[in-house]
Design a protein around this ligand. Sequence first.
Ligand SMILES: C[S@@+](CC[C@H](N)C(=O)[O-])C[C@H]1O[C@@H](n2cnc3c(N)ncnc32)[C@H](O)[C@@H]1O
Length: 572
Amino acid sequence: MANLNWVGKDEIKTHHQKVEYQTIDCKEVIGDSESENLIIEGDNLLALKSLVPYYSNSIKMIYIDPPYNTGNTSWVYNDNVSSETIKKWLGKSVNAEDLNRSDKWLNMMYPRLKLLHKLLKEDGVIFISIDDNEVANLRLLMNEIFGKNNFVGQFVWRKRTGSNDALANLSIDHEYILVYGKENFENFQGEKKDFENYKNPDNDPRGEWITDNLTCNKTATERPNLNYPITDPKTGNTYQANKNRVWVYSKERMEKYILEGKILFPKKENGTPMYKRHKSEVRSQFKPISSLLGDFLNTEATKELKNIFKKQVFDYSKSSNLIKFLVLQATNPNSNDIILDSFAGSGTTAQAVLEMNQQDNGNRKFILIEMEKHIAKPITAERVKRVINGYSFKGKEKTELFTKKLTSSQILNSKTMIKIADEVAEIEKNKKDNFTKIEKKFENNTITLNGITEIDEFKNGIGGGYKFCQLGENLLDEFGELNLNLSFSVIAKHLYFLEFKQPLKNPPKRGNFVGEFRGNFLYFFGDKKFTFSDLSSILLTLNDYEKIIVYTIAKEISPEIEQEYNLVVRKL
Ligand SMILES: C[S@@+](CC[C@H](N)C(=O)[O-])C[C@H]1O[C@@H](n2cnc3c(N)ncnc32)[C@H](O)[C@@H]1O
């Protein structure tokens, strides 16, 4: 496998392990107080590390939109890595003239991607927006961290329609979204298949069907076993295989299909037999989505944010429809899936999750992280608050009700066109009361039906809620000792993760018992010496166990007792 090397790689490889755990303090609640959504203000390196004990292997979808390292917008590499090379870079602006630009960017991304990998569920998926500046480096970096085998694809996403003034007279109108799974990612939801061509003119009890090709893209020399004649049992007419495109099925399978009436023989001897494909045998109701994304322009994103704030408050936001599309493809509505965006910017991901839940009654959650103080509260959190509670707005809002790309043969087929017109008229009739007007468009062979709502003063909120959080105290003090000022439940979560590398789902609020994993029982004695009488009390509560693990400030217990009771005492 091709490996990527850069200045600082050796020093950065273990950096994520050295980053301190901090507490995440959530003091402000907006909207629904039960909501598990979080917006965290802070550097994502620290925030992601602090999320690990709570959400390790728990995040279903990650979307990130990191700085692209274009040179046009400067950023600062400030991770506190103890290496002389890297220390020289700290606090200095990274811009177009910086010869170490890519090195710094890779050093910034590496530990964050390592932590994101830890947080992702085994069947989860990560999407990363990027452009030509770093896409090649990012692919190699992701191969290293997520594994080449877990590369799912690379969306090419059209960001503008008009061309820009460009070097070499080439207008770059697209960006990319890299997609990697973890170990068990299976597939996207896909796009609903269109079954309108399936009919049942002969009242076949097996239901609606279409005629399908019976040949394949192989010659008689390439597949001699598929080159055989077939006979219509009713007429006795025989049909030879086409030498350039032989039959698609083996002789045995073809004979079975003939008996089952699945082969449609032509009336004329020189016609072509076809396959009768029933709707019931189509394995999935969904077809694959395209890796080309064309409907989510940057202008749409800018307008959307401007509508919420009445002015331009943020420069590089993405369209919430783009993120909604990814959320729809990668998550389930009713599995409490968590979506994480650790370069949150204007908070588009939160809006997309809330809107997607509203659309399909879902219960997905979001976690957003934004580092900049002047963005996290006044823009990220404020946008989400307005989406939840509503905001004053005068203008038009568009909701897509129907879209269909037609093939040329469909356009020329009057029966198909009448059917589509009927379908459109039906939607128009059913939806017209929900909108100010319905707009119909036919462009690039695509029929689109949009519901237009003219909003006079106020756009209603869609509900939901979130907690606004900041990073708090370090888990360990300056001597590397556990910070005993923290609440029991915070300590419990961290000790549990330290011991079992699993997040503790329901931490107890008080007491000494922390949690259990595979028969191993974990206890915390932070304010007293652990004695034999404590062990006796624990034993009274346990019927069967593998090991008892105790974190304590001091112990008064002999090694023999530890051995006899399978007890492990760890000193804090
Ligand atoms: C390109 S913007 C993301 C835009 C976002 N997708 C949207 O639609 O608004 C990148 C954001 O990441 C933030 N950021 C950069 N480095 C960060 C870090 N280390 N931790 C957290 N946020 C960071 C920046 O402040 C910026 O707001």
